[in-house]
Design a protein around this ligand. Structure first.
Ligand code: BG6
Length: 513
């Protein structure tokens, strides 16, 4: 493991405020609820291993699994090792695992079983003493929101929410934060009764992505883009989150939730807020939240929801050269389900900067390929001193922030085609992370888990943002449920005709990323 000296942490001249230096968590434990779930196995446990491997976790670190499974301490350690090995992004080192393993514990029991909670209490006390976690504990709720109330109230009842002395207790909540405004408010009340706001960390893993944080760097570290970042120059903005996968084994979670609640409510509205917000006075949590909230509070769908939204389900089609099932044929999906796997909406942001600039958001499973991007599409030049035949292929200038998988930024503009005539065609100017930096982007969960352990809040939405996002979506989802019918699109295509028609009505068309 990298030593403090190697990291330069023992340098007496080191400025503790210097954020370029690696930030290392202090002694603490993470209690993971929902250890057998997909997220814990595929993302959380590997991210914890990677943090340890990068030397960012302290020797006094513990990982405690809590579940209704009788695989015991050894069984849990094996599960964690397997998950870490399969999902780690850094090389496998037995020495890192050995060090982590010393702090791995498992508590068996159901969430309403007081004996199990007492055992958890003892385990944490023992770890504080033997492993040196010093009373600092994060409770990670990677469980369905229906279970939040019981877990949060048991944490309180067993005195686990309250830290002794200078120690801390934090609760980490995975989405979905409710299924509409009302349920989100209820959830928030339940959590707020037990934990103060600064101890609640709501995860939106998109905010942990390097390229999402780059939106802030791109906009506010540079002088040349801000002058054109407004309704004088921008025609519209398209935010796309396309996935080529179907719902896989997540029928239980996904059906009844659907694309809008699953990712527009959180990831896409957060992206929109970062693209549209004013410059915050600093990048601290309070300043960032104020600016994001102003955007969310002023964003609304146009009156005619039938014309400006589209929702659909995939039917049988093709993915990666193979024929794949439609949504209704997926395992665990009721044959009459009207849950959407595709959603497109138009939002208008009623501020001086964005008046008259539509933001089009679309998401879908089983689309043509996996890509998430934000495209700021500019107005055409007011006058073109060329023959119309010379510029036939000319589109609109666009600045595309490529969130994933091909991380980078593209500027699309017209250029002269080499030759003796003035022919102009669209070309791309590209910045690719892979070709510019030698460092790999850390996995979003690594960054977010480390921030939780450090108590660093800027990347975690507060309940106000969550509720504003529901206020935007609620009328749209209500409109869809009143409609009762749902459009379809074949797997492997770019969505339903109704989405094309929706944007075409405004004289525009979707980008084909
Ligand atoms: C999750 C959604 O939040 O994000 C999933 O619940 C989706 O449905 C996933 O597949 C996509 O995340 P990423 O990081 O692969 O874009």
């Amino acid at each position: 493991m990298t030593s403090a000296a190697e990291l330069g942490l023992d340098n007496p001249l080191r400025d503790p405020q210097d954020r370029r230096l690696p930030r290392i968590a202090g002694p603490c434990g993470v209690v993971l609820f929902g250890v057998t779930g997909d997220l814990a196995r595929k993302k959380l446990i590997p991210a914890i291993y990677d943090l340890a491997n990068r030397g960012l976790l302290p020797p006094g670190f513990a990982l405690i699994g809590f579940a209704r499974h009788d695989f015991g301490e050894q069984g849990f350690a094996q599960l964690a090792k397997k998950a870490a090995k399969a999902g780690a992004r850094t090389p496998w080192r037995e020495s890192t695992w050995k060090q982590l393993f010393a702090g791995v514990r498992f508590v068996e029991g159901s969430f309403d079983d007081d004996t199990a909670w007492e055992k958890l209490s003892h385990t944490l006390a023992e770890l504080d003493e033997k492993q040196g976690t010093q009373g600092n504990h994060a409770f990670y709720l990677s469980i369905p929101p229906g279970l939040f109330p019981v877990v949060v109230s048991k944490l309180k009842q067993h005195g686990l929410a309250q830290a002794p002395g200078d120690a801390w207790r934090r609760v980490v909540i995975e989405k979905p934060f409710g299924h509409d405004l009302e349920s989100a408010q209820q959830l928030n009340e339940i959590v707020a009764e037990v934990f103060p706001p600064e101890s609640v960390f709501r995860i939106d893993h998109y905010l942990g992505k390097e390229t999402v944080q780059n939106i802030l760097a791109f906009r506010f570290a540079n002088g040349m883009f801000e002058p054109v970042w407004n309704s004088h120059y921008v025609d519209h903005v398209q935010i796309t989150m396309a996935e080529d996968i179907g719902i896989g084994t997540r029928a239980g979670y996904y059906d009844g939730i659907g694309a809008a609640r699953d990712v527009i409510q959180n990831h896409l509205l957060q992206l929109m807020a970062l693209v549209a917000m004013e410059e915050p006075v600093s990048l601290n949590a309070a300043s960032l939240r104020i600016e994001k909230q102003k955007i969310l509070a002023n964003a609304r769908p146009p009156q005619r929801l039938d014309l400006h939204t589209s929702h659909a389900q995939y039917t049988t089609g093709w993915a990666g050269g193979e024929e794949v099932a439609g949504y209704l044929e997926e395992e665990g999906i009721p044959a009459d389900s009207t849950t959407e796997t595709y959603a497109a909406i138009r939002l208008d942001i009623e501020t001086r900067r964005w008046a008259g600039v539509p933001f089009y958001l679309r998401v879908g499973k089983r689309l043509g390929r996996r890509v998430t991007e934000v495209a700021v599409v500019f107005k055409r030049a007011p006058h073109l001193p060329f023959q119309s035949t010379d510029v036939e292929e000319l589109g609109q200038n666009a600045l595309v922030m490529r969130i994933q998988p091909d991380e980078g930024v593209t500027l699309r503009f017209g250029a002269k085609v080499p030759g003796t005539v003035m022919e102009i065609r669209d070309v791309n100017m590209d910045f690719a992370y892979g070709g510019t930096f030698v460092e790999d982007s850390p996995e979003a969960y690594e960054r977010l888990i480390l921030d939780v352990l450090l108590g660093d809040p800027p990347l975690f939405p507060q309940h106000e943002e969550v509720e504003l996002a529901w206020e935007i979506l609620d009328p749209i989802i209500r409109h869809w449920s009143r409609k009762k019918s749902i459009d379809t699109y074949p797997a492997g295509t770019w969505g339903p005709q109704s989405a094309d028609a929706m944007i075409a009505r405004d004289g525009r068309r979707w980008r084909r990323p």
